[in-house]
Design a protein around this ligand. Structure first.
Ligand code: NAP
Length: 537
């Protein structure tokens, strides 16, 4: 078995892992620990994945740092201290760097190398992988730890190429220091990335224009410094803490709301909402048990947040625009901020509502809307991602018939357990569509999925199988189950990166919405049954 990429004389491995984010780092150490030869391939020049690339000012995690951490390693937990509840990007990268070295897996990664094609060869049951650096490697198993939100949606505005200033993508922010002090900056996009970058830039730029197409709900993260002693104590009971997270819908401290709105009096409802607001984090997602399915219940919370916006933003028409969300709260991922609405009280910040005044083109000098020209030195694009399938398509993955994910998933992702799909043997995608995925604590789910994959490989090896692939029938059944769970949800009707919309108007909610706690027993049942629903050959 090879222990280092350079030691594999024939370029063949048991497993190729694509991506050196939190998922790839864990997967590589997990597979190496069980004695498999493994190489990691990463397009960035270092570890960190989304946190490597999304290094824009203001980037920080919207899950509690102690939960958004590896939960399997006492050594790591006892040696690492998070400084605050929602760690900023630099600290997240430092953590992932530290973990990589502690696990001793850095030399297993080939950095600055992008997978350009991966082809399944059914004769020798191998994935043949090629990269932009001329590296050709093969493996029995291919694990795409390449992320669901990693393939950027690129700007396609008319006139973009004529702009004389500088352009940046939040999702591929340059590594070198970018000094935007005293510049005139426009931010297009007001999802989590846009809100975070706008909040941070507002404190340094001469003028900031925020171009908002759809108003989103943003709530205070309520981050605070963390006590090292409490973290040390948590590390001592890590396995218990991990077990608790596994009983939670998102693999975090957030529990399901106990009661529907009708259970409470009017005054109690307000108390309940204020309490969750003060708690911060994703607390506003768990106020009433029926807020995800009942519009009246949801509206009470949406209106509560809109009132908070109006109480914060002094200019009435700006507040109206920021509070013009055309969808129920929580049906897109709730944004956590560190004072976003407050920036609109500053003289150097302008909100441009491009629904009211459409963005016509980018000009040499800036951005022209229907009614105005905004002169800018810099444009920051925070336009989101080609979620779930983007990275799989970009890696040029093809099965034995030459089928890729653009065709295979043209009507939305199709998977079994969000881990594998029927057309692609021995291909795994941790945290994939059809699993709790982006609705869950991604580091924890990455651990669980890599463990599942590692155990599956052991099972195949012990029983003399060379390949595993879901049956079409089992995949159909799982997709139906995923759809059935999503059917009553308000969020199915709202456009966002979690919903695939077909040309005939049918909608596919891509993550598994029943919760991590309800997902895990089903994954375990499959393993316990000797891989029911999978064809082993
Ligand atoms: P996003 O939520 O998909 O937001 C993209 C934004 O770009 C939206 O406001 C969208 O407007 C706008 N947009 C796209 N095309 C546009 C156009 N042609 N003209 C004007 N506006 C346009 O992407 P994101 O902000 O990168 O966040 C994605 C996810 O990444 C988050 O939900 C979260 O899961 C994760 N994330 C997490 C963190 C964190 O942990 N704190 C930070 C950043 C991201 P419309 O809404 O009108 O389409």
């Amino acid at each position: 078995m090879a222990s280092n990429p350079l030691e594999s004389a024939d370029g063949h491995y048991d497993v190729i892992v694509v991506g050196a984010g939190a998922g790839g780092i864990y997967a590589v150490q997990r597979f190496a620990r069980q004695g498999l030869s493994v190489i990691g391939i990463e397009s960035g020049s270092g570890v960190g994945g989304v946190w490597f690339h999304n290094r824009y000012p203001g980037a920080r995690v919207d899950v509690d740092s102690v939960e958004y951490s590896y939960q399997f390693s006492y050594e790591l937990a006892s040696k690492w201290n998070w400084t605050e509840r929602n760690a900023a990007q630099a600290e997240l990268i430092a953590y992932l760097e530290f973990a990589t070295d502690l696990f001793g897996v850095r030399d297993k990664f080939r950095f600055s190398t992008r997978v350009t094609s991966a082809r399944w060869n059914p004769v020798d049951c191998q994935w043949q992988v090629e990269t932009d650096q001329g590296l050709h490697v093969s493996s029995r198993f291919l694990v795409m730890a390449s992320g669901n939100l990693s393939s950027s949606r690129l700007p396609q505005f008319p006139g973009l190429e004529t702009f004389k200033g500088e352009c940046f993508l939040t999702s591929h922010w340059p590594r070198e220091d970018i000094d935007l002090t005293g510049r005139r900056v426009g931010v297009i996009g007001t999802g989590s990335s846009g809100v975070q970058v706008a909040t941070a830039l507002s404190a340094m730029v001469q003028h900031l224009c925020v171009f908002q197409r759809t108003a989103n709900y943003s709530v205070p993260a309520q981050s605070f410094p963390l006590d090292p002693e409490l973290q040390r104590q948590r590390a001592e009971r890590l396995s218990k803490e991990r077990a608790i997270l596994l009983t939670r819908p998102a693999g975090t401290a957030v529990v399901r709301a106990k009661h529907p709105m009708s259970h409470y009096t009017e005054a109690e409802r307000i108390t309940q909402m204020e309490r969750q607001w003060d708690r911060g984090g994703q607390g506003m997602s768990a106020v009433f048990s029926d807020q995800g399915v009942d519009l009246a219940s949801n509206t009470a919370i949406s209106d509560f947040v809109r009132r908070k916006i109006h109480q914060t933003v002094t200019n009435r028409s700006v507040a109206d625009s920021l509070a013009s969300q055309p969808y129920p709260i929580g049906t897109r991922r709730l944004i956590l901020d560190t004072g976003y609405y407050q920036i609109f009280n500053q003289d150097n910040v302008t909100l441009v509502d491009v629904r009211e005044d459409p963005l016509i083109e980018i000009t040499t000098r800036g951005i022209r809307t229907g009614g105005q020209q905004f002169d800018l030195d810099v444009i920051v694009f925070a336009l989101g991602f080609r979620a779930f399938s983007g990275a799989l398509v970009d890696a040029g993955i093809r099965n034995e018939d030459g089928l890729g994910f653009d065709e295979s998933w043209s009507r939305g992702p199709r998977t079994l357990l969000g881990l594998m799909c029927s057309d692609f043997p021995n291909l795994f995608f941790p945290t994939g569509a059809g699993s709790p995925s982006v609705l869950a604590n991604m580091i924890l789910l990455n651990e669980l999925h890599a463990d599942w994959i590692g155990d599956t490989i052991s099972y195949l090896d012990q029983h003399g199988y060379r390949s595993i692939v879901p049956t079409r029938a089992a995949e159909d059944q799982w997709c139906e189950h995923v759809a059935e769970v999503a059917a009553p949800l308000l969020r199915l009707k709202v456009d966002n990166y979690m919903v695939h919309v077909n040309t005939d108007g049918s909608r596919v909610f891509m993550p598994y919405a029943a919760g991590l706690d309800r997902y895990l027993p089903q994954a375990e049942e499959v393993t316990a049954s000797g891989y029911k629903g999978f064809q082993l050959s």
